[in-house]
Write a protein that binds this ligand. Structure first.
Ligand SMILES: *Cc1c(COP(=O)(O)O)cnc(C)c1O
Length: 371
């Protein structure tokens, strides 16, 4: 079945990484089959959540885990959990916050926008974001000043390429928060491959988007402290209703975890390396384009390709090239965060060699027309 033909949809090559506007990731055949089977079956959803809790505990060093609709939901519901605990009256009262602590401390450089501002995801729970530090820096003592004030619900930190300024020392930030008995949540939506490093900071909850590098259907993985995970699950009676995990997403996460357990990490890493080498070899003869390999800045085990465009040689700037790539057929999407520096960023993780060839041909066709 060709869905693109049937429903008149644009064919996309996604070189932008796990990017929501183009469908994030590609699931394996095993995950697809599991999801398809689950859709025509009934389950006790609590039992599915129990099984995925076991699977997450087994797969990571976390004490407990649960699934929400997505990481944006996980942010809202984890904060809610720090405000209500498992108190049903409080859970039913949200977003009214009477008799609850609702200050959420967040470094200024961690005010990310992943399609929605994280500030809104915080406020949806009824919490009040308190920003600390500056865009350029947030020290442990900046954080500590706010932690000691009354009515603080939690410290929220983000581990992402989207954060700005000097990296916040996560381990020390967690320590300081715990000295004040304040729980810490780390939004690490696109950092599944760093999950152990993030859990080792002793943060109370770590949030991962399963549809990103775990390549399952859309789902928010929440792992960490048992009591808090339970309180996240309990939000289903309240504001969490609109953010619930579906049967197919939970089954999909279970299958994706099995996939990971059975996969050979070394082989995966080598496949990614081979694709980078292949692409660099192919693109290097395009004059006016300088292609380089850039390792992932957060330590995930793969690189991206940066294409530096020289507008004086090519008579076209990076923004125009990106626009033409998107409007072409197939429509090619890349990361645009360095576009003002005339750099296109390409992530090849979910692409095939055939797609890499198509990207090369499309880029050279656009550039040739301009010369
Ligand atoms: C993708 C992302 C989110 C949102 O995740 P969803 O699962 O799409 O809701 C939140 N925070 C960061 C840092 C992200 O990269």
């Amino acid at each position: 079945m060709n869905l693109h033909k049937k429903y008149n949809l644009t064919n996309v090559i996604n070189a932008a990484g796990p990017y929501s506007p183009v469908g994030v990731s590609r699931s394996s055949k095993y995950v697809c089959e599991t999801v398809a089977t689950s859709l025509s079956e009934f389950f006790v959803i609590d039992e599915l959540q129990d099984r995925v809790n076991e699977a997450l505990c087994n797969f990571t060093t976390a004490e407990s885990g649960t699934i929400t609709h997505c990481s944006a939901s996980s942010i809202t519901l984890s904060i809610a959990a720090t405000m209500t605990g498992c108190d049903t009256d409080k859970i039913l009262a949200l977003p009214s916050i009477e008799n609850m602590s609702n200050r959420v401390i967040l470094p200024v450089g961690h005010v990310v926008n992943y399609g929605q501002s994280i500030i809104q995801a915080i406020k949806l729970s009824g919490a009040k974001p308190i920003l600390v530090g500056t865009e350029r820096q947030c020290t442990t003592s900046d954080i500590e000043k706010e932690l000691s004030k009354e009515k603080t619900a939690c410290l929220l930190l983000v581990s992402s390429r989207l954060t700005k300024g000097t990296l916040v020392d996560l381990v020390n930030a967690v320590k300081v928060a715990h000295n004040h008995n304040i729980p810490v949540i780390i939004d690490a939506a696109a950092q599944y491959m760093n999950i152990e490093k993030l859990l080792s900071t002793k943060a109370d909850l770590v949030l991962i988007s399963a549809q990103k590098y775990l390549a399952s259907p859309t789902a928010g993985v929440v792992v960490g402290n048992k009591e808090l995970v339970k309180a996240v699950r309990e939000q289903g009676k309240g504001i969490g209703r609109a953010m619930k995990a579906t049967k197919e997403s939970i089954c999909g996460v279970l299958a994706a975890i099995e996939d990971r357990k059975n996969s050979n990490d070394k082989k995966w890493i080598n496949t990614q390396k081979d694709k980078i080498i292949y692409f660099l070899q192919n693109i290097k003869n395009l004059s006016g384009v300088l292609a380089t390999e850039v390792p992932d800045s957060s330590g995930m085990p793969f690189s991206r390709v940066h294409l530096q465009i020289d507008p004086t040689v090519l008579k076209i700037d990076a923004a125009t090239l990106v626009d033409k790539l998107k409007k072409g057929s197939p429509s090619i999407w890349v990361t645009e965060s360095l576009i003002l520096k005339n750099v296109l960023i390409l992530e090849l993780v979910s692409l095939s060699i055939e797609e890499l060839k198509v990207i090369k041909v499309c880029i050279s066709n656009i550039l040739r027309k301009k010369l």
